[in-house]
Design a protein around this ligand. Structure first.
Ligand code: HEC
Ligand code: HEC
Length: 222
């Protein structure tokens, strides 16, 4: 009898262990966040030539150099947002001939390290006036008649965005204005369509060229 009882206990124990083992991979997957190493990222971003276009500290190259200043600033951006974009370039979900090649040349660990390095740098500083009234009004109030939500409702009054478990909103305040202009045009035309539920496409669809430029001028000066 004692023997049967022990066997039953053993059986129960090993079943629990087995069940726990089977659950482990799921848990690992859900918590699959690679924490980047800033020092390694500094080296890797130079070694992989990211700094050549995005600047040594990730604050871009200014409006007069490079591809007419269309390189994104990465300094002070959320690391989770940067790694998401690299994954999107790699899968082709976000298009950019050169960045798609660059994204394929680094793995997820390199990507997390490089993102940690740029994220640790001083918040990006743009060169817009920040005083554009048309841009300011749209940014703060949106336009209910055209289904345009206030940009501040997600990106915040200072354009600093949010990095929370359920919400990942990029920093846009102080971003390079030519880059911002290109992104707003790409969201509007549908060329870029990697925001959840195509939200950014909806908000930009009805913006005129003048409104895009005004928003860009205001946001890059924040
Ligand atoms: C030859 C220039 C060049 C090099 C080198 C380069 N990039 Fe880029 N990168 C760009 C351009 C141009 C864009 C904007 C693409 C667009 O218009 O959508 C960009 C966009 C990005 C973005 C998206 C930023 C955002 O705010 O959404 C990330 C992240 C990025 N690059 C990371 C990297 C990393 C990491 C490396 C190195 C492995 C790298 N880049 C190398 C030119 C470059
Ligand atoms: C409901 C929330 C929400 C609102 C409102 C919103 N955005 Fe966004 N925006 C996002 C999210 C999320 C992303 C990142 C999408 C992705 O994963 O690539 C984004 C991305 C962007 C980008 C690209 C940033 C980069 O580094 O490439 C720009 C520019 C931008 N938004 C501008 C605006 C402007 C201007 C408005 C107002 C007209 C606005 N957004 C309203 C959520 C929002």
């Amino acid at each position: 009898m004692k023997c049967v009882f022990t066997a039953l206990l053993l059986c129960l124990f090993s079943y629990t262990c087995l069940a726990a083992q089977q659950k482990t991979p799921l848990k690992t997957k859900a918590a699959e966040v690679i924490v980047g190493d800033i020092e390694a990222g500094k080296f890797k971003s130079e070694d992989n030539r990211c700094q050549e276009c995005h600047g040594a500290d990730g604050n871009g190259q200014g409006p007069t150099t490079g591809a007419a200043g269309k390189f994104a600033k990465l300094s002070g951006q959320y690391p989770d947002y940067l790694t998401k974009q690299i994954r999107n370039f790699r899968s082709g979900e976000r298009k950019s001939e050169f960045m798609q090649i660059m994204a394929k040349s680094i793995d997820d660990t390199d990507s997390a390290d490089i993102a940690a390095y740029f994220a640790s740098q001083k918040k990006m500083q743009g060169d817009g006036s920040g005083k554009n009234e048309v841009g300011k009004n749209l940014f703060i109030n949106g336009d209910a008649t055209r289904n345009i939500l206030p940009c501040t409702s997600c990106h915040g009054v200072d354009g600093r965005g949010i990095d929370a478990p359920q919400q990942l909103i990029p920093v846009i305040g102080g971003q390079e204005w030519r880059y911002l202009e290109k992104q707003l045009q790409d969201w509007r035309s549908g060329e870029r369509h990697n925001s959840d539920g195509n939200l950014m496409n909806t908000f930009t669809k009805q913006l005129s060229d003048l409104e895009v430029q005004s928003l860009t001028d205001y946001i890059s000066g924040l």
